[in-house]
Design a protein around this ligand. Sequence first.
Ligand code: NDP
Length: 332
Amino acid sequence: NREFLLVNRPSGMPTDENFQLRTSPIPGISDGEVLVQTIYLSVDPYMRGRMSGIKTYTSPFELNKVLTAGVVGRVIDSKNNEFQMGEIVEGRLNWADYSVTSGKGLRKVDPNLAPISTALGVVGMPGLTAYFGLLDIGKPKEGETVVVSGSAGAVGTVVGQIAKIYGCRVVGITGSDEKNAYLKNELDFDATINYKKENVKEALKEKSPNGVDVYFDNVGGEISDAVMRLLNFQARIVVCGVISEYNNTEAAYGPRIQRFLLNRSALMKAYIVSDYYERFNEGYEQLGKWVKEGKLTYRENIIDGLENAPQAFIGLFHGENIGKQLVKVCEE
Ligand code: NDP
């Protein structure tokens, strides 16, 4: 059983040196426990916060302990009546070939409904994040303009497509022309901005002539500073993530934004997807339905081999993924 430990805390951009791969025997299970073989491992930006050792809304990863992640895997041994051998499950398990779990928080995945990897993406945590943040906080109405930063990623692609389902004009902001071509050609976004090449404020003025009614923010920093200046009256700002700040060693200060909010009587609200835990089933159901109907499509960026999990994780901060970043650990 190969497993990754966090051996020191990153300062700035994470590196290979922060991780160590160790081999240990496949663990046995006791009464009530389940042994899961990892098929897909999810790497997510929030893990950077947990590596810092600072308490946020989740506890920090402990040094010299096995890292955890969203995993889709197969039950290969079970002493728990709720889970049978051969079943596909999803849960917070180890960055490892095998994990032992009590079954708490483990969700069964029906391989006949959708490809099992989607339980970590479009019909998983990122999909729920998009669904609840956009609909509950953003409250998009037909004809409004929704601007999404980080729009070619796991959350952003779902946000943009749901906004289209609700009849909105959607503008995506990413760091690459290839990503923007995907958003326009395959996901039907109305306009896109490449923040690495364009002045976001000027480009947004031109590409969002009716201003911004909903800003779904995945990145924070200067991109968001620019969007704030173009808000419409009673705009809603959904603070989902601030990936541009996760590797900062000092707090970043931008322009004071209160006056932009006040002038436009705007709402700015952050959230954590688990705030909506009680409604997860509604989210899974609706997202699954849209996928089945072809209204919600998705891409995955799959890297082969558990040994490459650190690279897949670090790649998130270099924009290497289009859609959900996954690591394939063994064959389905
Ligand atoms: P993504 O799949 O979007 O991957 C990260 C992307 O962020 C990269 O591909 C890159 O795209 C972009 N990025 C990286 N560094 C920067 C930077 N410095 N400035 C601007 N963009 C950058 O990740 P997710 O969809 O999983 O997550 C998106 C956001 O949502 C994250 O901030 C995450 O923390 C947050 N999140 C919040 C949750 C919550 O409960 N509130 C739950 C899940 C996610 P590009 O090429 O465009 O730069």
